[in-house]
Design a protein around this ligand. Sequence first.
Ligand SMILES: Nc1ccn([C@@H]2O[C@H](COP(=O)(O)OP(=O)(O)OP(=O)(O)O)[C@@H](O)[C@H]2O)c(=O)n1
Ligand SMILES: C[C@](O)(CO)[C@H](O)COP(=O)(O)O
Length: 236
Amino acid sequence: MILPTFWLVVPAAGIGSRMQAHCPKQYLQVGRKTILELTLERFLTHPNVKGVMVAVAEHDQWWSHLSVAQHPLVQAVQGGAERADSVLNALLALQQKGAQPEDWVLVHDAARPLLERDDLDCLLHTLATDPVGGLLAVPARDTLKQMDANGRVVQTIDRSVIWHALTPQMFHLGQLQQALADALIAGVAITDESSAMEWAGYAPQLVEGRATNIKITRPEDLQTLQSALNIPYVTT
Ligand SMILES: Nc1ccn([C@@H]2O[C@H](COP(=O)(O)OP(=O)(O)OP(=O)(O)O)[C@@H](O)[C@H]2O)c(=O)n1
Ligand SMILES: C[C@](O)(CO)[C@H](O)COP(=O)(O)O
């Protein structure tokens, strides 16, 4: 299976407020490594990765202490107020490094350490010649309800057309940078790369991935992560 080469952007400049931990969640240690190191490992072992740009917070005090910060393929750039700002800063830094507008760039959350290699390769293979790009996603499994302001059910949503967006999200660097920049200038609410591309008029391709590719967001997700890695659960 011939796979395209790609640049990787990892937004890691968040504060992890929902995790309510002593440090940003991407720096929580699980076993012997931080969540961010576990995530980066999934890509640094891939033969097609050309370089990695990690967006870290302006006053980040943890990144420089990680050995992965010295990896020859890895560089850091200052993130922004929102995830989209962090991603845009990383894209601009990749262009300054010599990345070309037609190059593939994958954007993957620092907080998603359980990505499987075959899901990554499925995304790369499926979209290798796609004119737009797309994202890993999982179809909704549960019955979905719409809620009113009082917490009452308004209606049941047709889940047959509902998918949960995951990462990596894979787009051509130039198109993504332009879409993100324009959307941010327009003040559009952008929570993932696909929503910027959709706002720009593109129709990204959904590629089914594993539901185990979770985003570590709340304290209970740490137990899920430790179970997935077969690490005895120790309260932090
Ligand atoms: N200004 C921001 C905000 C978020 N992120 C990154 O985007 C990813 C997904 O965001 P989320 O899970 O929401 O992380 P946080 O914003 O840190 O979490 P919270 O909303 O609970 O504060 C994370 O890897 C986070 O570090 C980022 O790079 N820059
Ligand atoms: C990009 C993302 O992982 C897609 O599900 C998600 O939107 C990022 O988390 P956030 O809480 O929206 O920043």
